[in-house]
Design a protein around this ligand. Structure first.
Ligand code: M6R
Length: 601
């Protein structure tokens, strides 16, 4: 997919436009361009290759501008070249476009477009030509867009500059667009990442919305009238680097999750139409049959969850591996496979080496990364960013739930178009951030649990199904920052050995959504109880009804489903580890012996 950035500012905004394009470079970079309107005429720069080439052209042309639209291209119609590069400039308008216009040959006939006016191989130039005509006819940019949208079949997000106006006009269908506003400017982008760092609020445009964006106002229209859309807070990168009112970065990062999860989801999915939009690629995932996923540490736990999802919800074979193991094994990679690596930092050496191994085997590689200019991001064929924002605490929290969110969307995307699609899952993914907020409000209940763990020598987490990886994650988090011994187990495994460690008062934290595994889990709880273990239960309302009598402590969290429960149950395990570390007085953000980015073998 291509990337769009536009800014209408009281000042020259070329630098912000370029940095927006750099942030969107992961979406495609075979050519790029930008245009501005100055003294009522259009000026532009275009170049093929990376954004750095465009930056050189902009510098050579000494281009400045207050109202600018820009584009980074991933070719669909026509090869990468200057003539196919956006923006397309006509007498009355300039256009950048994401998406594909399916009926562009019909449109040429319908609007009697002269072939001699079309210089490129793109579907986009046809739209620029039509819009140019419609502006002459309607003499009103919004009416012209309304008319244009009625005739188009396909997916698009458009940003136009119009002769005689200092506004950017945008619209979308089937391809995302987000608006941002800040002091002295308003902006548009195909992706939150493309917005300037001093953006304050963002609005996700809905299907068929049209907006007029200038340096002081944003007006959004649906078919008939001006409408209001929900505003979200934008958090600039520098805010992530201070603790603010929090005692530790880890605490801040845990409490940031309602926002980081929602941002990550809305970046790839349309709430209204319940559709996932991944950046475009020439690969059709459904033509493959195998997926190999590798990562380390917490990121590996997200892969484990993904395996449960993929097996349950799609027909793919999926294998997962710890990167430090996969890279040295003699693995057979069949050509029907694509590979996914998951990494917060994008620099983890073992994960990077696995990516190299995928490449040597000539398989398509996807990276799910939080740091977009990292080595892993740069080397992979396709990037799915987690929008967690910089994560400072060594213990990964918000990056993990964003990894899970991206993987959940990826699985929903694999299902898209098939009959298996589960509407309940789709709906629940859009409200998960609200449930996370509710759990965070119960912080005192998790504090009470942590308080009672201060003097224990050993702690266990157990869960079944997709709760098993969360049990492992809970144990890792706890070990990492409290230095206490903690084990995560698939609950059914207890009787195969670890049960020998259960004695009077040993705490066993049970992750127990009321689902198809619940009754089996009850038996495991009784096995523990019978040996004197102390049961601490995290469950939902229905789950709580059945077990109160066995539990020493119980916290009820919102009811959820197979897709969203791993995201929700991650929050309690993070909070328990965090508060226990605070009670024990360890160095929460920089625990001993560890590093945030593991760039050694
Ligand atoms: O940057 P990465 O996601 O590749 O890092 C992988 C692990 O080192 C990391 O998840 C580690 O396990 C965390 N510190 C756990 O909280």
């Amino acid at each position: 997919m291509c990337g769009i950035v536009g800014i209408a500012s009281k000042n020259n905004c070329i630098d912000n436009i370029l940095s927006g394009l750099y942030s969107l470079e992961y979406r495609g970079y075979d050519s790029s361009g930008l245009a501005t309107i100055k003294n009522n005429h259009f000026e532009y720069s275009k170049n093929i290759g990376k954004i750095s080439n465009l930056q050189k052209s902009v510098k050579n042309n000494k281009l400045t501008g207050n109202v600018v639209i820009a584009h980074t291209r991933w070719a669909t119609h026509g090869k990468p070249s200057i003539k196919n590069c956006h923006p397309f400039i006509k007498d009355n308008c300039v256009l950048v476009h994401n998406g594909i216009i399916e009926n562009y040959t019909d449109l040429i006939n319908y609007y009697s477009i002269k072939q001699k006016n079309i210089k490129s191989d793109t579907d986009t130039e046809i739209i620029a030509e039509i819009y140019n005509k419609l502006l002459n006819e309607f003499n009103n940019p919004i009416e012209a867009i309304k008319n244009l949208n009625k005739k188009i079949v396909g997916s698009f997000s458009f940003a136009f500059l119009v002769h005689g106006s200092k506004s950017i006009y945008v619209t979308r269908r089937g391809s995302p667009l987000v608006l941002g506003s800040g002091e002295g400017f308003n902006a548009v982008s195909s992706d939150v990442l493309g917005l300037p760092d001093n953006t304050k609020e963002i609005i996700f445009l809905e299907e068929n919305d049209i907006a007029e964006v200038n340096d002081s106002s944003i007006l959004i229209y649906d078919k008939n009238q001006i409408i209001k859309r929900e505003k979200h807070k934008f958090i600039p990168k520098k805010e992530f680097k201070v603790k603010g009112n929090y005692k530790h970065f880890m605490e801040k990062e845990i409490f940031h999750q309602p926002i980081s999860i929602e941002d990550t989801i809305l970046n790839f999915a349309d709430k209204k139409r319940k559709v996932v939009y991944l950046p475009k690629t020439n690969i059709k995932f459904n033509e493959f049959s195998n997926i190999i996923i590798v990562a380390c540490g917490t990121a590996y736990h997200s892969c484990m969850v993904a395996k449960y999802w993929i097996e349950e919800m799609t027909d793919f074979n999926v294998s997962i591996d710890i990167a430090s193991e996969y890279r040295y094994r003699k693995n057979k990679v069949n050509k029907n496979s694509f590979g996914i690596v998951v990494s917060q930092s994008g620099e983890t050496m073992d994960t990077l080496k696995c990516l190299n191994k995928f490449k040597k085997n000539n398989i398509f590689t996807i990276s799910i990364v939080n740091v977009l200019n990292s080595s892993i991001a740069r080397l992979s064929d396709f990037i799915l960013p987690t929008l967690a924002g910089p994560e400072i605490g060594v213990a990964s929290t918000k990056a993990f739930t964003s990894q899970l969110s991206v993987l959940a969307l990826f699985v929903l995307n694999l299902q898209q178009g098939s009959k298996n699609i589960n509407k309940i899952f789709f709906n629940s993914i859009f409200s998960i951030h609200k449930s996370v907020k509710e759990i965070l409000k119960k912080e005192n209940e998790f504090k009470k649990i942590a308080k009672k763990l201060v003097d224990t020598k050993s702690i266990f987490y157990i869960g079944r199904g997709a709760m098993y990886p969360i049990a492992l994650e809970g144990a890792l988090k706890l070990k990492e920052i409290t230095y206490k011994h903690c084990e995560g187990y698939a609950a059914g495994e207890l009787k195969h050995g670890p049960l020998a460690l259960i004695e009077n008062n040993i705490p066993v934290i049970v992750l127990a959504p009321f689902d198809e595994n619940y009754s089996k889990l009850l038996s495991n709880i009784q096995e523990v109880k019978a040996r004197g273990g102390r049961i601490i239960m995290i469950t939902d309302r229905d789950g709580a009804k059945k077990v109160k009598k066995y539990c020493d402590q119980i916290v009820i969290i919102p009811k959820t489903n197979f897709l969203t429960s791993p995201i929700l149950y991650s929050i309690p395990v993070q909070l328990i580890a965090y508060y226990l570390a605070v009670f024990l007085g360890t160095d929460v953000d920089q625990p001993r012996n560890l590093a945030k980015s593991v760039t050694v073998e």
